[in-house]
Design a binder for this molecule. Structure first.
Ligand SMILES: Nc1nc2c(ncn2[C@@H]2O[C@H](COP(=O)(O)OP(=O)(O)OP(=O)(O)O)[C@@H](O)[C@H]2O)c(=O)[nH]1
Ligand SMILES: [Mg+2]
Ligand SMILES: [Zn+2]
Ligand SMILES: [Zn+2]
Length: 402
């Protein structure tokens, strides 16, 4: 039996090693357990009081609490004690992780992708997408409201070692409906999105943390801001005034896609079993964010401006055409450095061009505290492509041949 990966701490364990958490119910003889801080959770900066840990056989779906005699059914990770999705050991779990430079659009992308998966892509694939835990549902709800209802953009994400609570990934469950003909067993994909702060990639400690995180992933989305490709803005003849000053500064500071990819590659080479000379096997989606900012410089019929087909399978030929188009653009824009790096180190990679917002947000006005989205609202463009490609590589969804 393959080892399971915790979608919260990304460490692996055998199914039988899963622990349980007491139900807190009162037993027939009146005994019950009371919530208290869990030292393992406290060490992870989570001071919430919780019911005690119950040992048992993780292959079974329940265990009896020695202290109170009640049956416990909630399964938790043996390493970080996070509550796992129901019947975790029986699910066919795939973990998709995301990483990207500072300001590349990770927070906005996460919120918009999840919104799209829940409201539109789920229907397209006859699948259900839900937050896998209370905290994900609550925090995602807050971020969704800020972006979609209030129209404000997120503030910069704090590095993982700052803040009162340790940051935890958002965990969603994508379950393919049983009515689909092509699928023989019900498949669940656990999507774990750890919104890395950009600077997490810049320190040894942050990199070490990300090694652990990326090592457990079955598929990775690397989000890159095309506006930080040096010389891209003048090459395309874009008005530098409309672009965020920060992106320009970043490009000047060398926080360019090639540097980010070099660092991510170094991180992946530290994953046990990879090493500096072996190819990286995990499929990696190289996703260029904010392509809306490039639209005016691209011809009307540019593949980067066309919407994705709405088929209930992964549209392989459309995706491959876009991949080759981006590959050619990169050759033109930065001499193909990015492609050489990827070709040398990755067995399976593909380019994507997406926009979470669909329009350049107007510059911050002096009286405003938070930057707002454009008046046209949120019009996502191809946000689900990298995720669907990974699902097709992982054999969760079918690939169309057309
Ligand atoms: N034009 C355009 N700009 C975007 C888009 N998505 C994000 N941005 C811009 O990029 C900024 C940063 O987005 P975030 O999602 O906060 O980026 P992040 O990667 O989470 O940033 P850190 O948390 O600071 O690492 C936003 O405030 C927007 O100005 C997009 O789809 N199109
Ligand atoms: Mg962020
Ligand atoms: Zn108990
Ligand atoms: Zn864990």
């Amino acid at each position: 039996m393959a080892r399971l990966t915790c979608p919260y701490c990304y460490r692996t364990f055998a199914e039988k090693d899963m622990l349980f958490r007491c139900s807190g119910m009162r037993s027939a003889d009146g005994r019950f357990c009371e919530p208290a801080p869990d030292p393992v959770r406290v060490a992870l900066k989570d001071p919430m009081v919780v019911l005690p840990v119950v040992e048992g056989n993780g292959r079974k779906l329940s265990a009896v609490c020695k202290a109170c005699g009640n049956t416990a059914t909630v399964q938790i990770c043996p390493h970080c004690h996070a509550q796992l999705p129901v019947h975790y050991g029986k699910l066919d779990t795939r973990i998709v992780a995301m990483i990207g430079a500072k300001f590349s659009g990770k927070s906005v992308y996460t919120t918009v992708l999840m919104h799209e998966l829940i409201h539109r892509v789920g229907r397209r694939f006859d699948a259900a997408v839900v937050g896998a835990d209370e905290r994900t549902r609550k925090e995602f709800g807050n971020e969704e409201r800020a972006l979609y209802t209030e129209g404000v953009l997120p503030i910069t994400t704090q590095p993982a070692n700052v803040g009162e609570e340790g940051r935890q990934p958002f965990v969603f469950k994508f379950s393919l409906g049983e009515r689909r003909r092509f699928r023989s067993t019900l498949k669940h994909t656990v999507l774990s999105f750890f919104d890395t702060a950009g600077e997490d990639l810049e320190t040894a400690r942050g990199v070490a943390q990300n090694v652990g995180y990326l090592a457990g992933a079955h598929g990775i989305i690397v989000l890159l801001d095309p506006l930080t490709i040096p010389q891209l803005v003048p090459t395309l003849g874009l008005d530098p005034g409309v672009l965020p000053a920060r992106a320009q500064r970043q490009a000047a500071q060398g926080d360019s896609p090639i540097n980010i990819l070099t660092r991510v590659t170094e991180v992946l080479q530290q994953v046990p079993g990879v090493g500096p000379n072996r190819m990286i096997d995990v499929p990696v989606a190289i996703a260029f964010s904010k392509v809306d900012a490039l639209w005016e410089a691209l011809p009307e019929d540019s593949p980067l401006r066309q919407p994705a087909p709405d088929t209930p399978w992964f549209p392989e030929s459309d995706s491959l055409a876009l991949h080759h188009y981006v590959q050619a653009l990169l050759q033109e824009w930065e001499g193909g450095q990015i492609d050489q790096l990827l070709h040398k180190h990755y067995r399976t990679y593909r380019y994507f061009g997406l926009s979470a917002l669909g329009a350049v947000p107007p510059a911050l006005e002096p009286a405003q505290q938070r930057q707002r989205i454009a008046k046209s609202g949120i019009q996502p463009h191809r946000v689900e492509d990298p995720f669907l490609w990974l699902l097709s590589r992982l054999k969760v969804i079918e690939t169309g041949r057309d």
